[in-house]
Design a binder for this molecule. Sequence first.
Ligand code: HEM
Length: 507
Amino acid sequence: LSCCVGLDNLPGPVSPSWLAGNFLQLFNPNAWKFHEFIAETYGSVVRFHGPFGANGLYIFDPKAMRTVLVTNEDVFEENDGFIASNLLVFGNGLLGTLGQHHRKQRKMLNPVFSAAHMRDMVPMFFEVSHKLEHALRIRLQSGPQIQELIGQAGLGYSFDPLTSEESAHPYTLSSPAMMRMQFWIMNVLPSVSRIGPASFRRCMLDLLPWKDAHHLRDMADYMYSVAGEIFESKKLALEKGDEAVAQQIGSGKDLISILMKENMKASDEDRLEDSELLAQMSSLTFAAMDTTSSAMARLLHLLSKHPKVQKKLRQEIIEAKRQKDGQDFSHDELVALPYLDAVCRETLRLYPPGSFVHRIARQDAVIPLSKPIAGLDGTEMHEIDIPRGTIILVSILNANRNPELWGEDANEWKPERWLSPLPDALVEARVPGIYSHLMTFIAGGRSCIGFKFSQLEKVVISLLVESLKFSPSAKDSEIRWQFNGVTAPIVGKDNHPQLPIGISLVD
Ligand code: HEM
């Protein structure tokens, strides 16, 4: 009984319906205002209502986040491992292995993302980015359609379509359909995924007239088939030897080739099955693609609206490049550019691509708080008792925008804040995030493995800003950033991500 009293005594929004609780308010493409409302009205530890009368706890208190994501992470598990694991339900199953054998897979994956490998990848990033910049230059000479290109480049499957007329592939994590699926993914699919064999579930799914689920199924199928093709070609190249690997895209320095090589060297006990490697490819694509695209698109959009920041950034890049006689930067030179770093950090702070993560309490638990809060009955609460089954939402968005830690200007985009010491309150709060006091890549054993990889966006940004100027397009007022699983820009009523931006050549 005492467990439930703690949660019930917490302030929070009323439930509009028993069936959905606050879920439809929390998860919809325009949920920004509701999340802002929660933080402003109730603070950093809030009770909300889940579907079917379930209990929900909404947090961005640093100590509470640390308990859930780091110190007691085994108690507060993801529903079924990484979100992709829920795709198990759809029968091709492979995406789920990260969830099922998480520790073993992380052990194998961690070295793949080492600083040394990230360094090695920089020339490949430059090669692709030069292609992009070149394609943009060519298209700039042929009229206004250029404004659509960044959207495709930033949000598409690969930069290569820029050189042809092919458009971005249609399946994305950042779609409103995926947002709607959150409801089912969190509450219903984990149980459904245990019914019968995968082939049976697949058959049932095909028969169900359910558009969103079919969208998700098609996305899983598409990724599975692409991953399969790449996997087979890499396997063949590895079997043939070094020369064949060198001929591959990325010359064997890409994540998957590294993973496959590491795996060959691993002990029997640690080695992953082929099916698990294939699963990693889908999981990595799934986790990396829309997040990084969203971050880069947001950054370019912000630069188009802040010409002074853009100019200062360009000056920094041009000056540093001059000192290198125009040669591409090395990894270390690139990450040492202070203003570029400040612009990237500030964008990832104020506009994290993912606004939240969710967990489920596997058992009754106690969550300590950084500072006491007033319960509904007036008592001072230093910790919250929560019952097993409580859904926990960690608000990345509100953690990164907390004015008590970041100061009164927390809601403003100010890259300059990173050039002076950060507020004492922030440093003392010990926000558990793995990167720069931010929750953008979360914390603990399930924190983003690709966060250093995502920093390589600097390669693309530095090249583009050096030679192209960005300005708001005529359609700028129609751009809306959807909340979604991963934030994405749309124009008007078209839900397909796109971001029109004006581009011209630097004088
Ligand atoms: C700006 C870009 C990125 C952001 C903001 C981001 C953010 C996140 C977040 C918040 C999570 C935790 C998800 C959860 O627990 O529900 C996560 C997990 C993950 N991310 Fe990223 N990510 C980014 C880029 C990448 C890249 C580039 C890769 C790979 C190349 C990647 C691979 C992963 C993987 C594999 C996981 C699951 C980790 C696990 O469960 O052990 N991410 N990411």
